[in-house]
Design a binder for this molecule. Structure first.
Ligand code: CTP
Ligand code: CA
Length: 223
């Protein structure tokens, strides 16, 4: 019903949304990850669908069901997420990168489970590619939105990422505030825009945050 009642103001927009964590396997039973639930990204994908956008959702491991009316591509690792997003990028007019990409992965992934001392002996971490930065380098006239989870110096760090990754908008999430952030249904965010505008949004359901983000995607897409 909500989809039916929402004005189709993003009709024709070709949008990639990434969501959820990535898993970086050391062996078949051990991995490095983070507590991302995927809810914020899914909310963006569903809100955009309701507004008439064509949505490809590239999702890491989450417990959320596939949304209807959205093309879902399931991935696990950061390298797989990068491949999936780059494959869709030529088609896309906008990307909302809500995934919590693991910054590091084990240098090697063992084919078999070994005793932990054996796994420990070879455990070395290497940095994952910065997917969003790569998108920013071949941006063209696409709209790029990033997220930043910070516990301190949020505004400075988020602005740094906005500039470094060549984004139009970055969504700053405070992770140390009660009832918001990882896994929660609500969020309290600050939107930092390329042109210097800063909007502090009150605490609201993630679906509503998604609509506010999409209002700006629309503004930059039309411009
Ligand atoms: N991101 C990405 N690829 C990575 C890391 C992050 O695409 N390897 C994206 C995230 O999806 C997010 C934005 O970049 O939209 C900012 O993520 P964040 O982890 O805050 O930035 P980092 O550059 O990893 O900085 P930090 O050292 O603070 O983790
Ligand atoms: Ca990071």
């Amino acid at each position: 019903l909500e989809a039916f009642l929402t004005p189709k103001d993003l009709e024709g927009l070709k949008l990639i949304v990434s969501a959820g964590p990535t898993r970086e396997y050391l062996d078949p039973v051990r991995f490095l990850s983070n507590p991302s639930s995927g809810r914020m990204g899914y909310a963006v994908a569903e809100a955009a669908r309701d507004r008439g956008a064509e949505v490809v959702l590239v999702a890491g491991p989450t417990s959320l069901p596939d949304p209807w009316g959205v093309q879902v591509v399931r991935v696990e690792s950061a390298l797989e997420m990068r491949e999936a997003i780059l494959a869709q990028y030529p088609w896309a007019e906008a990307v909302v990168m809500a995934a919590a990409v693991a910054d590091y992965r084990p240098e090697t992934t063992l084919a078999d489970k070994e005793p932990k001392v054996e796994a420990e002996r070879i455990l070395r971490l290497v940095p994952n590619p910065d997917i969003l930065k790569e998108l920013g380098e071949k941006k063209g006239d696409r709209v790029l939105v990033g997220f930043a989870m910070e516990t301190r110096e949020g505004l400075e760090r988020a602005r740094g990422k906005l500039v470094r990754k060549n984004l139009d908008l970055i969504v700053l999430n405070w992770v140390n505030r009660e009832g918001v952030g990882f896994g929660s249904l609500e969020n309290e965010v600050v939107l930092l825009l390329r042109d210097g505008r800063v909007l502090e949004l009150p605490r609201m359901p993630k679906r509503q945050v998604a609509h506010r983000i999409l209002d700006f995607v629309k503004e930059f897409w039309k411009a």
